[in-house]
Ligand binder design. Structure first.
Ligand code: NAP
Ligand code: MG
Length: 404
């Protein structure tokens, strides 16, 4: 079979620990035999981030802006223990945070569903994608531990000198105080990313906040979403037969649980943080969760939702073959290849991505899987636990058959 040709390179961001091992295996087993792969390679492994004083992360994010599509391996976010382990000169920031700040994006997370592993919520038949606004609110708040009696005020001084001043509370004793903010520009780009993603994936979009209580703050989110929908997306949605609707967060929670799935749920920063953990747990496993960062100007960065699987890596270093699940990382590759094909008009790249994902799901549905999935397996045939490499070779065998 002739290998599929590419025009534009993918931005390839390598990473750390067990996922770095999986990265190489995925490429060798299920990508390189079929695709004449073109990538611009950036090593975001912690060793190289240290060597470049983290410049490599910035370069990779800028390359993502230049070429439009990137695929990223999980990376270590350093903490005090990692500073020691890797002899770091600084506690480098989270690469995902750096990339997000440069691309200004929204993160979409969706579970990969297979027959034989059912969501905890029995009615869920299709994936629920969480779209999390990743800027502001409680994550950028100013806080104060109020020591005792006193008056707290909210003061805004405009550039033109006009002021707004209101009492927050007259404290009669100790308490707590917090000031949070968001910006119209960020909320609007969040809204556009959600509408565009709904159009791209042809799914309904739900958006929820607490606007009945937060009449300025949350209401602004609701209004900006509605304005952008009416002005830029209503026609596109109607043409595709998909729906946008806004509802209170409490109502959304109840509806989500009773739903069949198959929609995007856009959440403010804190809601998205909490709800994505709940939804992913209910769907089964972080190792079966894809994640894509979409920027308002149409750049895409695909990755797995899980981390570098450190515990497995230490076993691997001792010479043990591990049964680490490569599915989410593999889907990051297929997602990026599909998007590259779409942008460059190379249909065969998209068909390859579809076949690769199908072969992966077929492998699991036939009862062959990594250890993490065995525990959740409810299929008729007993599960056969395989190593990561054996699993990839099983996928490859099915892919060969499908492509023959
Ligand atoms: P983790 O790497 O997601 O792993 C936590 C546990 O979840 C693992 O020990 C394993 O459980 C299970 N698990 C996760 N992915 C799996 C997979 N593909 N196959 C099988 N089991 C899987 O989270 P962590 O241990 O908290 O973090 C490790 C490192 O990853 C940290 O340095 C953190 O900074 C980094 N991190 C990076 C990203 C990212 O780059 N996007 C995201 C999160 C964390 P068992 O051990 O029980 O088998
Ligand atoms: Mg969280």
């Amino acid at each position: 079979m002739e290998k599929i040709k590419m025009n534009t390179p993918l931005v390839e961001m390598d990473g750390d620990e067990m996922t770095r091992i999986l990265w190489k295996q995925i490429k060798e087993e299920v990508i390189l035999p079929y695709v004449d792969l073109k990538t611009e390679y950036y090593d975001l492994g912690l060793v190289h981030r240290e060597e470049t004083k983290d410049q490599v992360t910035i370069d990779a994010a800028n390359a993502n802006k230049k070429y439009g599509v990137a695929v990223k391996c999980a990376t270590i976010t350093p903490n005090a223990q990692r500073v020691e382990e890797y002899h770091l000169s600084q506690m480098w920031k989270s690469p995902n945070g750096t990339i997000r700040a440069i691309l200004d994006g929204t993160v979409f997370r969706a579970p990969i569903m297979v027959r034989g592993i059912s969501p905890v919520v029995r009615t869920w038949k299709q994936p629920i994608t969480i779209a999390r606004h990743a800027f502001g609110d409680v994550y950028r708040a100013t806080e104060y531990r109020v020591p005792g009696p006193g008056k707290a005020e909210l003061l805004f001084t405009g550039a033109d000198g006009t002021t707004f001043r209101e009492t927050v509370n007259d404290f009669d004793g100790p308490g707590v105080l917090q000031g949070q903010f968001n910006k119209d520009s960020s909320i609007s780009s969040f809204a556009r990313a959600c509408f565009q993603y709904a159009v791209d994936t042809r799914q309904d979009l739900w958006f929820s906040t607490k606007d009945t209580i937060s009449k300025q703050y949350d209401h602004t989110f609701k209004d900006l979403f509605q304005e952008i929908y009416d002005a830029e997306y209503r026609e596109k949605f109607e043409a595709l037969g998909i729906e946008y609707f806004y509802t209170l967060i409490d109502d959304a929670v109840a509806r989500v649980i009773r739903s069949k799935g198959g929609f995007i749920w856009a959440c403010k920063n804190y809601d998205g943080d909490v709800m994505s953990d709940m939804v992913s747990t209910a769907f089964g496993s972080l190792a079966m969760m894809t994640s894509v960062l979409v920027s308002p100007d149409g750049n895409y960065e695909y990755e797995a939702a899980h981390g570098t699987v450190t515990r497995h890596y230490y076993k691997y270093l001792k010479g043990e073959e591990t049964s680490t699940n490569p599915v989410a990382t593999l889907f990051a590759w297929s997602g990026a290849l599909r998007k590259r094909g779409e942008l460059d008009g190379i249909d065969v790249l998209g068909r390859f991505a579809d076949a690769l994902e199908r072969a992966t799901i077929d492998t699991i549905e036939s009862g062959v899987m990594t250890g993490d999935l065995c525990a959740m397996w409810e299929g008729e045939t007993p599960a056969r636990k395989v190593t990561s490499l054996e699993f990839l070779r099983e996928i490859r065998a099915r892919l060969d058959k499908a492509l023959a």
